[in-house]
Ligand binder design. Sequence first.
Ligand SMILES: Nc1ncnc2c1ncn2[C@@H]1O[C@H](COP(=O)(O)OP(=O)(O)O)[C@@H](O)[C@H]1O
Ligand SMILES: [Mg+2]
Length: 307
Amino acid sequence: MSRVAVLQGGQSLERQVSLRSGARVIDALHRLGHDVVPVDAGQDLVVRLRDAAPDVAFIALHGRDGEDGTVQELLELIGIPYTGSGISACIQSFDKVLAKHRLVDAGIPTPDFFAFTEAAFKGLGAAQALPEIEQRLDFPIVIKPAGQGSALGIRFADNAGAVPAALLAAFSYDSKVLLERFVQGPDLAISVLDGVALPVVEAVPVGERYDFEARYNIGQTEFVCPAQLPDGVTERAQELAVRVWEVLGLRGMARIDVMLSEETGELFVLEANAIPGLTDTSLLPQAAEAAGIDYDALIQRLLDLAA
Ligand SMILES: Nc1ncnc2c1ncn2[C@@H]1O[C@H](COP(=O)(O)OP(=O)(O)O)[C@@H](O)[C@H]1O
Ligand SMILES: [Mg+2]
C-alpha cells in the first residue's frame, strides 16, 4: 500500500476533464487499497504536497501546468516521485510547434506547417507572408494554438478570407499559433504504455458528415478499438507512435494523435499527449482494456512506473 496524492482540477481550460479523470483514478486507487489524498492543484499546491508527504503523486491534470512540465518541476523540487513523463518530455509534447520540429528532425511525418508568435504579427508584419503560406499549405488550412488540448481554439480556414479570424481565435489561447496542412482522413489515436503501443482507436463519425464538428460533438463520433484499418496500417501506426515516444522521451503513458490520409494512405503525426484523458470514455483506458489491461491494473501499472 502506498500513500498517493492525486493531483487533479487545476486552473487550465481542461479543468473539468481533469476532475473526471481524477475521480476515476481515486476510485481505482481505493479499490487497489492505497491511501489516497486528493489535491486540487491551486495556489496551495506546494504546501499541501509537503503536508501530505505522499510516497507518490498521480498526476491527473490536463493542459497547462499539469501537462507542460510545470507541476513536474515542482514535484522534483519537493522530491516526490510522480506518474507519467518527466519535465523535458512534457515541455516538448505540450508545445505542438516544438514537438513538430523534433519530429521533422527525426524524419517522422507530420503535416507541413508554419508557426508564428503574436509578436511576429504585431512587430514584424508576419501577416504580409500569409499569401505565401496559403499557397504552400493549400486550403483548407488548419489553424491552432501551439499549446492547448481538447480541440480548443482549432479552426479550419476554407479560404484566405477566413484566415485572419482563425488566427485571432487561436491567439486568444496562446501567444504562438501554427498553420498546418489539412489531412483528409480518419483520426487515429495510439496510446503507448511503458514504450509499448496499445491497440489503435479510430474516431468514426456517426452519420454522413465527416468533419470537425462531427468528430467533437458527443454522440456524433464513435470510437472503435481495435480500429478496422486496411492491411498493415495498424502496425505502421503503432511503430510510428513508439518512435514518437522515443524521440520525445516520453515515460509511463502517452497518447499519440495521428491522421491517416485517405488519398495516399500515409500517416501523419499531429501531436503527443503526455497526460491523456483517464475518464470512463477516454481513449487510453479503452485501448488498455482492448489489450486485456483493465482500468485498475492500468492505474497500478502507472504507479509502479512512477519515477
Ligand atoms: N492537420 C490536420 N488535418 C485534419 N484534421 C486536423 C488537423 N489538425 C487537427 N485536426 C483535427 O483536430 C483534432 C485536434 O487536433 P490536435 O492537433 O490533436 O490538437 P488537440 O487534440 O490538442 O486539440 C484532431 O484530432 C483532428 O480531428
Ligand atoms: Mg489531439
